[in-house]
Design a protein around this ligand. Sequence first.
Ligand SMILES: Nc1ncnc2c1ncn2[C@@H]1O[C@H](COP(=O)(O)OP(=O)(O)O)[C@@H](O)[C@H]1O
Ligand SMILES: [Mg+2]
Length: 237
Amino acid sequence: MDTPPVPRPLVDVVPLVRAEGLSRHYTRGSEIVDALADITLDIPRGAFAVVLGPSGCGKSTLLHLLGGIERPSQGAVTVDGVSLERASEAELTRFRRRSVGFIFQFYNLLPFISADENVALPLLAVGQARADALRAARAILDQMGLGARRGHRPAELSGGEQQRVAIARAIITRPPLILADEPTGDLDAAGAEAVVSMLRDLARDGQHTIVMATHNQRLVQASDQVIRLSSGRREPR
Ligand SMILES: Nc1ncnc2c1ncn2[C@@H]1O[C@H](COP(=O)(O)OP(=O)(O)O)[C@@H](O)[C@H]1O
Ligand SMILES: [Mg+2]
């Protein structure tokens, strides 16, 4: 008698990110700008995906749609089981806080508070007590080799250190999706390498899926998946 196949767990089968026919246009006066047109993609859980293309091709727009910062003009996008084009404002806010960590080119740390306070902020936003949030922030900074820097303000840190603090802030709530928009754009080669290998490791540990936008062709080497954009459209392959 044949034994039935063992079903694979759902989390392995359903991609973390699924977009179909995703488009976004902006109106600039009487002109319509197609920032993104008809993007279809799947990104599996645990992948390190790179969105590659020149300035103006729509990379940031795509990340904003995946992160629930902006809504699509057309099409569907589901991330971690949430249909973002249909979600209410309250659902989108909850999604952004719980499911997504953002990393930006210029770090976007708050200048008047210390590194550990910056890292603790997302935990405060989801209601964690301040002492617990700071304890978690310090633990993660220690893991990243930034323990000695935790009391410093951003201006007292190098660019590479600031970006590592920003990565700590992005992962402190353990969000399934990390969106990094040109995270190495302001760093030297060594700083860029450190940031990319850190993102690579986060994907490898299986807890996070990384989507990194870059115009730097060399950075695709570390990736599992490359999404090439040209004038708002996805290039085949
Ligand atoms: N808020 C906006 N209003 C009008 N046009 C925009 C807006 N945001 C982006 N664009 C346009 O959409 C296109 C894609 O922009 P963007 O996603 O920022 O590209 P990239 O991140 O690859 O440089 C560009 O032509 C840009 O000028
Ligand atoms: Mg951009």
